[in-house]
Write a protein that binds this ligand. Structure first.
Ligand SMILES: [Mn+2]
Length: 432
């Protein structure tokens, strides 16, 4: 299947070969950072000088010299106007929807699953696409785990192109698939207390956690990865009950029971943990630390774990602080926060685990702007398209909105929050 990308990947490899310096621009999330790491490692192995820079998007400036090769990763396909103005050879390594037509000033290789008839939404991420590119440059099969990090980070499925990469990693001994629970590694008590995926609502509820542990009769000091088969299944059942009790969306249950991926050669062997560490480094604007972890640089592991621990607690604290402020509309729930450090992780957690039966709209008013994160579940998305709702409601108050059916957002004026929420509620009632 990935062979379909090889024509463009080969063209890209030729551009790399004739270049003397490569400028890599990539996105600052887990997929972008892991794509950047795969590109960097494969260039390092060729002895090609390069520089990596992280961008929020292509509305930020791309700086280069004309005799350099520009690589855009996890971005580019949606900005034909920007790419058409780059006066240098360009390689795009992206998985976002392709918009319009690029008229390149020089040579262009455009590697994107959508252009090859593959699914770039759920089945191949930017890191997976970068993996195909890297393997056109040389043997870089050992980077397959890093490709999987991007896929997990972008909430993709391990099917199609991702499954092909996973298999390559397993066959060559870089990844191991185990039956088990998709939880972090570590001591049971700690993992349950701080877990965000799934969110188990034990943070700050020590007594409930003690009771939970004594009921299932497993010592909280035990390592999760060392539990017996029987203990694992007892734990799984108890977690499912807990999730149903707190009001979680049923779909999250399928996500955590089943397969667990182990990276055999990476600094962090638990795949979901590695992904979150890289992701949180990006959110904390410490992208290069996330990159270093993907490049297996031990010197940065402790720092990365520290960022990860801090960020996790920050989100848990925020959830504590705001969960009781959620208000009820007719067809939505909403929460208006002020100066919260982040919006989307709170919206995602509350909507998936606590308030999962109606769309949840979270507004964060900060620095004179109102940022909106709207979340629902795939079940609700059968009727309500939040991307459409965000776009229309934001337009009505002079802002901008859009995104995906289950996860969308908007930027509006703080003065129009009330009118905006009313409109969102009205639109959701109309669609349901
Ligand atoms: Mn991506």
């Amino acid at each position: 299947m990935l062979d379909l990308l090889k024509v463009q990947a080969k063209k890209a490899a030729e551009l790399v070969e004739k270049s003397s310096f490569v400028r890599v621009f990539t996105h600052f999330d887990a997929d972008g950072i892991s794509a950047g790491a795969i590109i960097a490692k494969s260039l390092l192995r060729l002895g090609k000088p390069f520089h990596v820079r992280f961008l929020k998007g292509l509305n930020q400036k791309v700086e280069y010299d004309s005799d350099e090769l520009v690589i855009l990763a996890d971005m580019g396909s949606g900005y034909p106007d920007v790419v058409s103005q780059i006066d240098a050879d360009v390689i795009i390594i992206d998985h976002h929807t392709v918009v319009g037509k690029i008229e390149p000033m020089r040579n262009l290789a455009h590697i994107n699953p959508h252009l090859a008839g593959l699914d770039g939404t759920y089945e191949l991420s930017a890191s997976g696409t970068a993996y195909v590119f890297a393997n056109a440059l040389g043997n870089n099969i050992d980077l397959s785990p890093i490709a999987i990090v991007g896929a997990i980070g972008d909430k993709q499925k391990l099917i199609g192109g991702n499954a092909e990469i996973l298999k390559e990693g397993v066959v060559n001994g870089f990844i191991e698939e185990k039956n088990g629970l998709n939880l972090y590694s570590g001591k049971l008590r700690e993992v349950l207390m701080y877990s965000l995926e799934p969110f188990l609502d034990f943070y700050g509820k020590e007594n409930e956690l003690d009771e939970f542990l004594s009921k299932i009769k497993i010592d909280g000091d035990k390592e999760i990865d060392e539990l017996s088969k029987e203990e694992t299944s007892t734990l799984a059942n108890a977690i499912v009950l807990r999730l149903l009790k707190i009001g979680a969306y049923e779909g999250v249950i399928d996500e955590f029971v089943g397969k667990k991926l182990i990276f055999k050669k990476e600094l962090i062997s638990n795949a979901v943990m590695m992904t979150d560490v890289v992701n949180y480094c990006g959110r904390a604007a410490e992208m290069s630390i996330g990159l270093a972890v993907c490049l297996r640089d031990k010197n940065y592991l402790e720092k990365a774990l520290e960022i990860w621990r801090k960020f996790r607690i920050e989100i848990l604290e925020q959830i504590q602080q705001w969960r009781n402020e959620v208000k009820e509309g007719f067809c939505i729930r909403y929460l208006v926060m002020e100066n919260a450090p982040s919006t989307s992780p709170i919206a995602s957690t509350l909507s998936r685990y606590i308030y999962s039966d109606k769309p949840l709209i979270v507004v964060n008013v900060k620095n004179g702007k109102a940022k909106v994160s709207a979340r629902s579940t795939t079940k609700i998305a059968e009727k309500i398209d939040l991307a459409e709702v965000m776009r229309l409601a934001a337009e009505k108050v002079g802002g901008r909105g859009g995104g995906h059916k289950v996860a969308a957002g908007a930027n509006i004026n703080p003065e129009s929050v009330e009118e905006f929420l009313k409109e969102v509620d009205r639109l959701c009632c109309m669609q349901s």
